[in-house]
Design a binder for this molecule. Structure first.
Ligand code: SF4
Length: 94
């Protein structure tokens, strides 16, 4: 798997993309659910699935190694797998 290009393809800065995020003002859904709360995780993922800035969000979380929460529709474990492969690709390319 090659590193997804969207990691660095963020045209919008972090403040801009957060303003148009699908989770903006969504107080009815937790984006930082407990790791074993599959219902809450799936609720957050459903919102992320409609988000116009999911790529920017995921890229930000990967680049900044966010330690918890749902970002770009992915859990910490899901992001860790992608991030590990991305870092391996960076090491091989350097
Ligand atoms: S992908 Fe999900 S967590 Fe990220 S900004 Fe969009 S709705 Fe919010």
């Amino acid at each position: 798997m090659s590193a997804p290009e969207y990691f660095f393809d963020t045209d919008l800065d972090v403040h801009s993309w957060r303003e148009i995020a699908a989770c903006n003002n969504r107080t009815d859904v937790s984006f930082f659910p407990m790791p074993d709360d599959l219902v809450a995780i799936n609720e957050a993922k459903a919102v992320c699935g409609t988000c116009p800035v999911a790529d920017e969000c995921l890229g930000f979380a990967l680049e900044t190694n966010q330690p918890d929460g749902i970002w770009g529709g992915m859990t910490v474990k899901e992001r860790a797998k992608i991030r590990r492969k991305w870092l391996e690709e960076l090491r091989r390319a350097s």
